[in-house]
Design a protein around this ligand. Structure first.
Ligand code: NAD
Length: 460
């Protein structure tokens, strides 16, 4: 029997959890039990569902320190961000507890005597497949709306976030009916089995795996959404204060060692060489100010990357840029200490179509690009297959609007970092970044429901 092992990236000898992988037969058993539990859950009145989700929020709030400590240990998330993630997870549960009371549909003009109305109903069992970088928030921003809409949940966490997910399952077992929310540890085979057994599928992770999950679910005709990677640009206009823009961009590129789908991967500087030099100087200073350290220590903003392979990708990309005649402006080295640490890396001088500029490296790394004017900056920002988020920094409202209108990304941030998500607003991207309906906010209730239309006429 294969096992799932999760180790601490800052102390790889520290095995956080080791558990058996869930077999296909056990996934099927869990799906059957979840289906039975879901029927009861949906039959229960809305206040009962709201109360259970509210109790889940209270339970998480009561154990928030424990949750943050586990997240820091398991994925190396800096303390300030881990505490923030737990707070957000509590708020997500509170928000969707109230969403259990949301309208189920609309009444329309009827062509016959009587009523014509729509009604949202749960799909049944939601199959959720999640990455490791938000070990509590991502599972909950999928599970909470799925449950609020009346579904049961089978969650396949990333192997690297197994302990956090099992901790969450234990917490929720105290407040939700048995078998309604199950965490099934495992790798690709368990994930595939869950997707095959579910009535609706939501995936977050890399673009390669997301494509497979979408194709498989679509073949079965079940609703599917996938949130995948990004190669997000920050555009610095000619009138942005270099220090202010650099501080936001460095944080968005390197915070949590750049391990967010919304991290800034490219910095597009508008203006001539002199302007580029001023912005680069500020960026280099801001990036060098973010030296990696022990993520459990207050004040540390950059911890390790999740695994040796992730560190190699940053070092390999740095080598590829140098080989192509580019420059390393900052970082590009591993750190001589236990754990998978790499210095925040800023690269310059590669062609816009170089793979380092166009493909996602999930680590603390960004590339500087130059544009003569706003139109060229928009073209550069859009010149990749991803379309998750763009930030634009500056004052001239005409130029800002030219960027806002010109880019096709699912989210645009003006004078704000590419990172940071408001869970009550729709979240998602275009092209390779996302497939299907948006996540979060009230949009999520629609995804986890199907709408039927009912005609109600009196007996003639
Ligand atoms: P990953 O694609 O390697 O894994 C994601 C999940 O899919 C894991 O649980 C994994 O075990 C599972 N999986 C792997 N193969 C599978 C298969 N064939 N069928 C079903 N499930 C399978 O991603 P990761 O390394 O855990 O996370 C990093 C990636 O996630 C990055 O690309 C990042 O951009 C992306 N991400 C996107 C968002 C977003 O909302 N857009 C948010 C966070 C992370």
């Amino acid at each position: 029997m294969s096992v799932v092992t999760s180790v601490s990236p800052q102390a790889p000898d520290d095995v956080v959890v080791e558990v058996p992988e869930t077999s296909v037969a056990d996934v099927l058993k869990a799906a059957e039990a979840a289906r039975a539990a879901q029927r009861e859950w949906w039959r229960a009145p809305a206040p009962a569902r709201a109360a259970a989700l509210g109790a889940a929020a209270a339970a998480l709030r009561a154990r928030a320190d424990e949750a943050a400590t586990l997240v820091i240990r398991e994925v190396g998330k800096p303390r300030v961000e881990a505490v923030g993630e737990v707070g957000r997870a509590v708020a997500i549960l509170e928000y969707y507890a109230q969403a259990a009371y949301a309208p189920l549909g609309a009444t329309l003009p009827a062509s016959l005597p009587g009523l014509l109305f729509t009604e949202r109903r749960p799909h049944g069992v939601a199959g959720l497949v999640t990455p490791w970088n938000f070990p509590l928030a991502i599972p909950l921003w999928k599970a909470a709306p799925a449950l609020a809409a009346g579904n049961a949940v089978l969650l396949k966490p990333s192997p690297d976030a197994t302990a956090s997910a099992l901790w969450l399952a234990d917490l929720l077992a105290g407040v939700l009916p048995a078998d309604l929310f199950r965490v099934l540890p495992g790798g690709a085979d368990t994930g595939t089995a869950i997707c095959d057994a579910a009535d609706v599928v939501s995936f977050t992770g890399s673009v390669g795996v997301g494509g497979q999950v979408v194709a498989r679910a679509a073949q079965r005709g079940v609703h599917v959404q996938a949130e995948m990677g990004g190669q997000n640009a920050a555009i610095v206009l000619h009138d942005a204060d270099p220090g202010v823009a650099a501080a936001q961009i460095a944080g968005a590129a390197m915070g949590f060692a750049g391990q967010k789908c919304t991290a800034t991967r490219r910095v597009v500087v508008v203006g001539g060489e002199q302007r580029a030099a001023a912005v680069i100087e500020a960026l280099v200073a801001a990036v060098r100010g973010l030296q990696p350290g022990d993520p459990s220590q207050a004040g540390v903003l950059v911890g390790p990357v999740i695994a040796p392979a992730a560190r190699s990708k940053v070092l390999d990309a740095t080598a590829a840029v140098t080989a192509a005649g580019g420059r390393v402006l900052a970082g590009g080295t591993s750190v001589d200490r236990d754990g998978w640490f790499v210095t925040p890396t800023l690269l310059d001088g590669i062609a816009a179509d170089h793979p380092v500029a166009t493909t996602e490296t999930f680590g603390p790394m960004a590339v500087v690009q130059r544009a003569a004017d706003v139109a060229e900056a928009v073209a550069l920002a859009e010149g990749v297959d991803f379309g998750l988020v763009t930030s634009v920094h500056g004052r001239d409202m005409g130029e800002i609007l030219e960027v806002v209108r010109g880019v096709q990304t699912g989210m645009v941030k003006v004078n704000a970092p590419t990172t940071g998500v408001d869970f009550w607003a729709p979240f998602g991207g275009e092209r390779d970044s996302s497939y299907g309906q948006r996540e979060q906010g009230l949009a999520a209730l629609d995804f986890y429901s199907s709408v039927r239309t009912i005609t109600l006429s009196p007996h003639p």
